[in-house]
Design a protein around this ligand. Structure first.
Ligand code: ZN
Length: 260
């Protein structure tokens, strides 16, 4: 893209919410000259804080989560983008926390199922291991540190994604400041939970089936083999990653021309 074509929009510029055309100085009663959308629809009167920010409670937390998961376009289209709130931070932290614990269940289960990783974890918890020579103990010991590590990773991934998104959009002339991206990604963190739940249920479910001898020999070929379990887990991971990327795109697309 030639540099001259890049226009860095100002905070004060009024953009068409539909196509991003700059509407500065045009009458509010008119329409966008580029796409024809009424200018009144771009002024941001339909945008406001999320339900959870408005009235924080368990109910509004669940409702807001459902809006993010099942009606993302509608949610990000009605969200005020330029404000920050303690509630929004709390919303993101809670979801990251829940996702981290669920992911750590999947990871700890993997360690216990994988002999090489188990030897490594045994060395790590050597002292305790000698005292309680038991696999479930190792599993529960791993939950705490793994949750902390995964939570840290999610925070790092969010910050890197926010920095890259705002830089790339600035380069392309799109108005997506870091604060706006971070706000969007904060709500987007709710989408980690379904994937984390799926991972935890898959791994812990497999362990339970081994424990209760529903699966007798995981090494023999068949529906319950280790091989199939790994394919199922890998497939689930790819699906969740696609879901994360699609919802991330929906979030940014519906926030980038917001005027409020
Ligand atoms: Zn337009």
């Amino acid at each position: 893209m030639p540099h001259a074509a890049v226009h860095f929009c100002d905070e004060t510029d009024v953009l068409c919410e539909d196509c991003g055309y700059i509407l500065n100085g045009l009458a509010e009663a008119g329409s966008c000259p580029e796409c024809g959308q009424p200018i009144a629809q771009s002024l941001g009167n339909h945008r406001g804080p999320s339900y959870f920010e408005d009235a924080p409670s368990v109910r509004s937390f669940i409702v807001t989560t459902c809006q993010v998961l099942f009606r993302p376009t509608r949610f990000y289209r009605s969200l005020a983008t330029r404000q920050a709130s303690v509630q929004a931070v709390r919303f993101a932290r809670l979801h990251r926390g829940v996702a981290s614990v669920l992911f750590s269940f999947a990871a700890a289960g993997h360690v216990c199922l994988n002999s090489t990783m188990k030897a490594w974890a045994r060395a790590f918890f050597n002292m305790l291991w000698e005292r309680f020579y038991d696999e479930p103990v190792l599993f529960w010991l791993l939950i705490g540190p793994l949750s902390v590590i995964i939570y840290g990773l999610l925070v790092v991934v969010t910050r890197v994604a926010a920095a890259l998104t705002s830089r790339l959009s600035a380069y392309q002339g799109v108005r997506l400041h870091r604060g706006v991206v971070l706000r969007g990604l904060g709500f987007h963190s709710a989408t980690y939970v379904p994937g984390a739940l799926l991972a935890a249920v898959t791994v812990v479910g497999y362990i339970a089936m081994l424990e209760y001898q529903i699966i007798i020999d995981p090494w023999s070929p068949g529906w319950a083999s280790f091989r199939n379990f790994h394919s199922l887990f890998g497939g689930g991971c790819i699906l969740c990653l696609v879901y994360l990327l699609v919802t991330y795109r929906i979030a940014m697309k519906n926030m980038m021309y917001a005027n409020r």
